[in-house]
Ligand binder design. Structure first.
Ligand code: GLY
Ligand code: MN
Ligand code: MN
Length: 443
């Protein structure tokens, strides 16, 4: 178990690793400095309302600062990284507090009071700068140029988490698990989707501004909508099932967790949840160095089709279900994705740190990760079985209606669907399941 006090011990190594990667990335691109604006507030069109601020991921990769718009990071190989920290004179908003904590000693920090003061502290020769950011962060001649060679290198290597990053994700998971437990209790007590959402946010101590993605809180048939983010304020008359896909963040790192519950443990739907759960654990065990993530996805189709066959939902073998697209009607998304600073981590298809793409398997357009697994990667494993009218209609149209026992589909449809999702670290040996570890800790 990583105690918070070890974070200060892990962080220096994280910074050293980022400096190493940055030197190589700059060499690739032919630049002398990496310059990263933290980002700015964005506003609604024709309005003075701002959106929740989202920090530039290239910035939070270095610093546990997720609420410091208008700041800049400058990294020059061979020098201590520099943080130009905006602490405006402002009585309308909460101003970022003065830099403090385990990270400050690793940076030369200059505090500025107005955004344009950053100009005095940025490298003089802008032509030598790789500036990573969005156009809105432009300051005078410092226009984000996002050189492809630099971005490709950094994003490719971001897949390999440092021990500090794993510790951050573990903390995010603790927070998420606590909130999942509270949400389950609210579900069993009869709360509405909206009510469960509020309980979740309260227990996580986070709302949409900090959560790594919008909560999916679905009762009954709503679980069949993959990204269901409506929230009924009134509970259904008869509650049967609950699918919750909700995360939390810690210092800019995400967790991504899904659980599915049946209200009545005696229902056949509970048995199907248990079967998916057992299969999901076997899939998590496949997260090992040298394994092709695409293979986990294809194997998941066979495993899930096997469950559908066991429950009498399909009448063909798993192999046939996969070949005819029938399994995709019940499992229409990818088995998962990389996760870290972003819930859907970048460079999932990158063939190398110089670019190139590893194609998705034919017929599987929604897979988000096609790379071979290596130690340090963190991925989600999130198999699901859903009863989605639109996709089942497609099966009929494609002439495979006979593969399905429609009476069994009708029996399961009122429960919507099942998804179980964990965040799993690939190591040199057995995988480390952060999510299961988190649930075990609070059990
Ligand atoms: N929560 C979004 C996903 O599971 O990918
Ligand atoms: Mn996910
Ligand atoms: Mn999820």
């Amino acid at each position: 178990m990583t105690l918070p006090s070890t974070v200060s011990a892990l962080y220096p190594q994280h910074v050293v690793e980022l400096q190493r990667r940055t030197a190589l990335a700059l060499e690739r691109g032919g630049f002398d400095h990496l310059v990263v604006p933290s980002g700015t507030l964005h506003y609604h069109v024709f309005d003075d309302r701002d959106y929740p601020y989202a920090v530039n991921p290239q910035f939070k990769a270095w610093l546990p600062l997720t609420k410091a718009p208008g700041s800049w990071l400058v990294v020059t190989p061979g020098q201590k990284p520099k943080l130009i920290f905006l602490q405006p004179f402002d009585y309308w908003h909460v101003v970022p507090s003065a830099p403090s904590g385990y990270w400050v000693e690793h940076f030369d920090i200059v505090v500025i009071r107005r955004p344009e003061e950053a100009l005095q502290h940025l490298p003089a020769n802008v032509a030598r700068c790789a500036i990573l950011g969005e156009p809105q962060s432009t300051l005078d001649q410092y226009v984000p140029n996002n050189p492809v060679a630099v971005v490709n290198y950094l994003e490719y290597h971001r897949a390999y988490k440092t021990p500090y990053e794993i510790a951050m994700m573990r903390e995010a998971t603790r927070r998420g698990v606590r909130a999942h437990r509270a949400a389950e209790r609210a579900f069993r007590a009869g709360a509405s989707e909206f009510g469960i959402h509020l309980v979740y946010c309260q227990a996580a101590g986070q709302d949409l501004a900090e959560l790594p993605y919008n909560n999916i809180i679905a009762l009954n048939e709503h679980s069949a909508v993959l990204h269901y983010t409506e929230r009924d304020v009134v509970p259904p008359r008869q509650v049967r099932s609950f699918l919750i896909d909700a995360g939390a963040s810690h210092h800019g790192y995400a967790c991504d967790i899904t659980r599915t519950y049946a209200l009545d443990a005696g229902q056949e739907f509970q048995a199907m949840i248990d079967a998916v759960d057992a299969a999901q654990l076997r899939m998590c065990d496949q997260v090992r160095a040298g394994v092709d993530y695409k293979q986990i996805h294809v194997d998941a189709h066979l495993a899930l089709a096997g469950i559908l066959w066991n429950f009498g939902v399909i009448k063909v073998s798993p192999e046939t279900a996969l070949a005819t697209g029938v399994s995709s009607a019940f499992f229409p998304h990818g088995i998962g994705h990389g996760i870290g600073l972003q819930v859907h981590e970048v460079a999932g298809f990158a063939a190398s740190d110089e670019g190139g793409t590893i194609a998705k398997p034919d017929g599987h357009p929604y897979l988000r990760l096609t790379r071979e697994l290596e130690p340090g990667m963190v991925v989600t494993i999130e198999p699901g079985i859903y009863f989605i009218d639109m996709l089942l209609d497609e099966v009929k149209k494609n002439g495979h209606g006979d593969s399905i026992n429609w009476a069994r589909v009708d029996a399961f449809k009122p429960f919507g669907g099942i998804r179980i999702e964990d965040d799993v670290v690939c190591t040199e040996a057995a995988p480390l399941n952060l999510t299961r570890e988190g649930f075990a800790e609070v059990a």
